[in-house]
Design a protein around this ligand. Sequence first.
Ligand SMILES: O=C(O)CCC(=O)C(=O)O
Ligand SMILES: [Fe+2]
Length: 749
Amino acid sequence: MGKSKKRSRTKALHEAAANAAAAANKAKQQRRLLEDDNEIDNDDKKETTTSTEKGTSTITGTTTAPTVSDIAITIKTIKYLTINNNGNGNGNDGDDGNDGDGDETNTSTNNNYDLFHNSKQYKELRKVIHPLIIDRINKVYKNGIDYRSKVTNHLQHQRWLPALGALQGVKDYNQIPKQGTIQRWVRDVDSVDNNSNKIKMKLLSSILNCTNVTSNHSTNTTTTTTASSDGDDATATAATANMNKHDPLHALMAAQQKNSSSNNNSNIDDEYDEYDDDDDEYDNNDNSMKEKKEKGAIDDDDEDELKILKGWRIPTSSLFPSSSLDDNSLLLSKLKSITTTTGTGTELNTSNSNSSSSKTPNTQTQTQVVYREKASERTPPNHYDLILHATTTSTICETTEDDDEETEEEDEETEEEDEDRIIIKHNIPFLNTNGHSSSGAFVLENVLSSSECNEFIEMSSGSTATSTGSTISSNIVGYQKDHPLTLKEPTGIDSFEWYISKTIHNIIYNRVYKYLPKKSNHILTNNNNNSKSTATATATATGEEKEEEEEKRNNNNSNNSNILYGINRRWRFFRYGQDCVYRPHIDGSWPDSSLTKIKVKKNHNTTTPTASTDTRNETDNTLYEYKYEVDKTGNTRSYLTFLIYLNDNFEGGETKFYYPVTTTTTTTTTTSTTTSNKDNNTDNDTPATATATKTQTSLVARGVIPKRGSVLVFPQGNTASLLHEGSAVTKGIKYVIRTDVLYQQQQQS
Ligand SMILES: O=C(O)CCC(=O)C(=O)O
Ligand SMILES: [Fe+2]
């Protein structure tokens, strides 16, 4: 590191220390002001809070005087009460004042403040509001400061550095965020300017660090340095090595600790709020970032925040495939039988629709729209409708209220046909070491044959392309563009949503069943607020409301054992064009989806499909309606992502995971202070050693290289918080199917 860098860091430390000292002194002064006024009676004093250890502030009922942070809260509260509410005392409305929710005033001036505290004219007012203040302190402390809402708020306003500070608070106070919250944070961080990649990585890594996956990968390094200088450098090294030099907050904390120990005060909650008071100053505009860099808070010279490792490839195996088995599979014949005879009557698989296989059933399977969500109603709004297709058979007309057209014989067939199939399960080594030992991420090789993959690609590609840019309005199967209104251009990741038939589900499920965990003890939460713009049918409540509902549901269910239920039949086909990337995200947990075929009435007219349901004339002119429902069971949630790779003849396009790795470096520095021994004319070295341990967390990215026909399975949501992306496809086109593995809460007897 250059000398000037070191100097600027030292300067930043001094500044931080000075700021901390000023804050503490100011708080102390205010405390004196309140006490000197004799307005805190003894009872109130007893009710104030004390903090026994960092991060746990409780109402103790002792007579301990307020801590600096109590006072800081008080000060902010008074500011709030006096300035925001004209001193009428109505501020005690449940708003936390300093919770970073944006309500704090920036217009307060020291003049107002001093006037309020010092002037006799406000004495009566001070008396009146004092109980309110105490009440506020108690309230804030009882609930603890919610650093999560601070993070949310800072991220929403693109205040990246304050967000980092608040994230540290979340971690230190062990405030585990909900799944939807983590997902939102990751999404918000995605908008960090690409030029500020360092801060972006830091934020992502901090987010991952404060999830309930507490342990990280970790490495230890021991470095021994011998310096024969005058000792100054060694002292400097030892003094700074204990801090994570990337983190301005750590520097600040260290400075505050130093300061607070001399002030005999070890609890300064405001250490996480260093940047709070001047939010605007730290907004993410280039100037402020530049300024921060100049102040040494962000060090460009330090090691990379993100280490990208070479992609991981499934070890090669010579056991399969058996091509004769592939070409006669029931799955293949089922796929080949699918035609689109509704709507315009366009035949989908012109080359295959007449192909005969020994197992080709006697039925014509058709696709039709079973659910449609208007482009403007999608989350976020899109230029294109969301269309869910399903296959239905035309020759078997059941009168049951069931969408599952298959016969029992077919069910048996699905079990028989895969007896010879060899599937290999590969645990993903880099997600299953150290801290991620319980991530349970794995790849199943050879779930689909090459021909089956090709058939899926052909089937999903359909005969339509949305090159006109208009929303598909027919029943024709085909990929659809994804173009959220917030973006100038489409994402380039086209999608096709298909509610697969029970037979297709059973074929795949039978193949993978024995490799899937049969039980999950995790609390499975639902999150319809998912990243890509694919919303579910029942998404009406807000994200927060849904999270609350979910939490209630989970609380009512003390036994969180969930048993394997099946694969979500709503499949999302994604087609990545050149350079397209599915940006870093954490997959959400989803409820089950179902399609019910309801016999409506006899009708001789042909009907046109409607938005959310579809009607169709069967051969006997019975009218059926297909009702797509989400969360019909009410107790089934997904816990694993199930990603099927349909091809691998492209470049790039890894499924890349980001995970924090903590490196602990112990540096022993030996300094020799040379004293001359005149008597025997030799130099006498008196070595002094200083040992410093430095812990640094950086983000590592490593991809799984797609292999055709294999399935990547990994935990979703906050069960593992696996941050990942579909990396850019650098050449060719990538096809995947994305669905989830569902688990059902066990009924209590
Ligand atoms: O395409 C990939 O490799 C990743 C896709 C993904 O993360 C998703 O669909 O949730
Ligand atoms: Fe994903």
